[in-house]
Design a protein around this ligand. Structure first.
Ligand code: CA
Ligand code: CA
Length: 486
């Protein structure tokens, strides 16, 4: 098991819009897929982009939607004050504006506040999934039995929409109103035309789904749903799924009953509400994991790791808690959460994420990031000793060209903190000695030495970090002689 370290890639002030746009350009090589902010999301997903959940005081038209095109840089951003209730600046850099999405989001955003939920993500089926909160106010006291349990409401839901025209036979908008222009996949679980259940619904019974994720390898869906006063939960649906799950809120809070008349009681007498299932009804889909407010207070859902730099983590689902700042992982095996791990001490030994961990993201290579409320974006990396320069699968192998020897720019490719590179020379099967040091990924002219007739030289390049740690010398590693470099 590798030890992770965290690397600050950009200390972004939420007051600096240009810093973020600059970051977008920095990432233009397809790195950044999305980043989440406390009260505003920036997305950069292959075909399109973003949405953020507006605090209620904001106008719901215009400023609540951010878009960028297929190849876009950013996009967009929202800057909130420290309290997250006022917009200081708003800008976006649309490369291909798609106004129909503006209508879509505006229609749905009407009564979101407090429990924002709020996330856009594309599923493996190409449809757009939107997670919505229950509409706010403690205990989801909306309507007869709450918005979460009402299939006539778009709130407290995971919605599934066709915004790309991938389903020519899709149904027209239902609860989104006549001005919405998305389509509804005909196989949505409650799609039956105008009226009755909202055709947009994919799953329901959610309170404040603060970040959902699909496992890109399996299509499994993870929803981290923020609890009321007692329990935080992770909901899970193996993919590909038919939808229709009822995750229980407000009749249940995680695996426990919830009762509006005793909201601070963590295992109360079950409530009843005419027309919806009672607590622990078998029709509810229970979470695969929960934790009480002794160890946190507001879950921040993460991602299933499918990157390359930390193969030992493949398939692990990462999540955190806003309040305690912990970062945990689990693995779902046969529908059961296994292998719980706590990464907090390694990733955040200074507890800087306490009352601050707001979101996770992954880049185009599947490598993970996290965002804190102070405006810092951190990349999760393996220790430098787990990395390899110009390794087997890198785009820039070690090239011994006449003009210059070149190799992978590891700092560029991974954002690892590289101070210098070392070139080692040796013979296959033997030891390698350092013959050159350089801060840049090249050696003009290459090695002036030549092997004797009938012999060969082998070369290995490593990268060295700020405290002297070094990448591994090949795979499998060759023997690198300690000692100084020229
Ligand atoms: Ca309907
Ligand atoms: Ca639930």
């Amino acid at each position: 098991m590798s030890e992770l370290l965290q690397q600050v890639i950009n200390g972004i002030s939420l007051g600096s819009i240009y810093a973020l746009i600059a970051l977008g350009y920095t990432m233009v090589y397809g790195v950044l897929r999305f980043i989440n902010f406390a009260h505003g999301d920036v997305f950069m997903i292959g075909a399109f982009v973003g949405y953020y959940v507006a605090p209620r005081i904001l106008p719901l038209t215009g400023g609540s939607l951010l878009l960028a095109g297929p190849l876009a840089m950013v996009l967009a951003m929202i800057v909130c004050s420290a309290l997250g209730v006022t917009i200081e600046k708003l800008a976006y850099k649309p490369l291909r504006f798609r106004p129909k999405l503006s209508i879509l989001i505006t229609a749905i955003g009407i009564s979101l506040f407090l429990e924002f939920g709020g996330q856009l993500l594309f599923g493996p089926d190409g449809y757009l999934y939107i997670a919505t909160g229950d509409g706010g106010g403690a205990g989801d006291q909306h309507g007869t039995c709450g918005n979460g349990q009402s299939r006539a409401s778009l709130l407290g839901k995971l919605l599934r929409l066709d915004v790309r025209g991938v389903a020519p036979s899709s149904l027209p908008p239902d609860c989104g109103g006549t001005t919405a222009v998305y389509g509804i996949p005909t196989d949505n679980p409650f799609a039956a035309g105008p009226g009755g259940d909202c055709d947009e619904i994919w799953a329901y019974g959610l309170r404040n789904p603060w970040r959902s994720a699909f496992d890109e390898a399996t299509g499994d869906l993870y929803i981290a749903d923020v609890g009321q006063n007692c329990w935080e939960e992770i909901d899970y649906v193996p993919g590909p799924a038919a939808g229709g799950e009822n995750f229980g809120w407000r009749m249940m809070e995680a695996n426990h009953c919830y009762n509006n008349s005793t909201p601070n009681t963590c295992d109360p007498t079950p409530a009843s509400c005419a027309g919806v299932p009672a607590c622990k009804d078998p029709s509810f889909t229970d979470p695969i994991a929960e934790y009480g407010h002794g160890s946190g207070c507001s879950i921040t859902g993460g991602f299933v790791y499918r990157g390359c730099l930390m193969p030992n983590l493949a398939g692990a689902y990462f999540y955190g808690d806003y309040c305690s700042g912990f970062i945990h992982s689990l693995r779902v095996v046969g529908g059961v959460a296994t292998d719980p791990r706590d990464w907090t001490g390694q990733l955040d030994p200074g507890s800087t994420l306490t009352n601050s961990l707001t979101g996770f993201g992954v880049d185009q290579q599947g490598e993970p990031y996290l965002v804190d409320r102070k405006g810092t974006i951190l990349k999760i990396l393996p220790p430098l000793s787990d990395l390899e320069v110009a390794g087997r699968n890198t785009l820039q192998p070690l090239l011994l060209l006449a003009a210059a020897w070149t190799w992978e720019d590891l700092a560029f490719d991974t954002m690892a903190p590289v101070v210098s590179y070392r070139v080692y020379r040796g013979v296959p099967g033997g030891s390698f000695a350092c013959v050159f040091t350089t801060p840049t990924p090249q050696w003009t002219g290459g090695d002036p030495a030549s092997p004797a007739v009938g012999h060969v030289f082998g070369y290995v390049v490593t990268a060295v970090g700020p405290s002297g740690e070094e990448t591994k010398g090949g795979d499998p590693p060759v023997s690198l002689l300690p000692g100084s470099c020229p």
